[in-house]
Design a protein around this ligand. Sequence first.
Ligand code: NAD
Length: 332
Amino acid sequence: MRILVTGGAGFIGSEFVRATLRGELPGAAGTRVTVLDKLTYSGNRANLDPVAGLPGYRFVEGDTCDPATVEEAVAGQDAIVHFAAESHVDRSIDSARQFVTTNVLGTQILLEAASRHGVGRFVHVSTDEVYGSIDHGSWTEDAPLSPNVPYAATKAGSDLLALAWHRTRGLDVVVTRCTNNYGHYQFPEKVIPLFVTNLLDGGRVPLYGDGGNRRDWLHVSDHCRAIQLVLRSGRGGEVYHIGGGTELTNEELTRRLLAACGADWSRVDHVQDRQGHDRRYSLDITKIRDELGYEPRVRFEDGLAATVAWYRANRPWWEPLKAKAGLAEVRV
Ligand code: NAD
């Protein structure tokens, strides 16, 4: 099987590519992978170094918004797994233009090319944030979309476009929506790597609002295994939820990160809440469990300990990224 992985140099995409080429995902042995990635601030070719020498790997540096590049990359592929996106909520609140361009237009250009080339399957990777916020209970896949921040609005737009391609062009599209991912190789602007690297540097951590916002945490390896199940066996035209089963308030998460890094609450700065900050996300994962046999495997305690250990051991990976992005933390 030949697959095109967009955004394969980012956090989740690179895990998917490494796990695919190492044959760690069910039924992935022998898969040939082309990565298409623009290498934005969050894309890092070094994330793929561990598999760059393996047979079946090809890297194309390019933009999903460039039809000629996409045309060349899509030709001859059996499937596309589409991760490429602008992914950081705070950046989308500051400036949404690139989010609209990459997340919506980039997806449309890929869908066009996939239809033209008769690609067999298109997995569109999306997020629980498209539903907005839920105080109690969990969303099922038919819940109405009600995004509150520009990032989520552009992801909702791209989800709907992808599903429309299934209905109008018969493209074999499947949409996945997952909860908050964590793990190794995550760009250090997101909460877990930001807090861990600040703490490892003896610095402080910024906690939004009252710390009561709740998220479900999913280890990146569980997410990638679920995507592989959907790629192989999901039903065309369907949406599948992927969750991790560990719901925590941001305050609870912060306490665990402080403990894992040997720090205490005196390192926490309460900062003004994010505009439009969703209070709670929660996905019902019954469908993927019943249809495809998915269960998260990584216990949060184990995954978090491994993640902290990875950032502790890989300063040469994250120090230059933080410095370049202006994220270097003031020390206490
Ligand atoms: P990331 O920011 O780490 O990686 C995004 C990758 O896409 C980078 O390698 C970047 O260079 C590439 N890219 C961006 N614009 C591009 C373009 N125009 N053309 C080609 N490549 C481009 O993001 P991530 O956390 O790995 O997220 C991957 C996908 O998963 C996204 O679609 C995101 O919406 C979704 N998602 C992420 C999470 C999470 O917790 N991280 C949760 C739910 C869904």
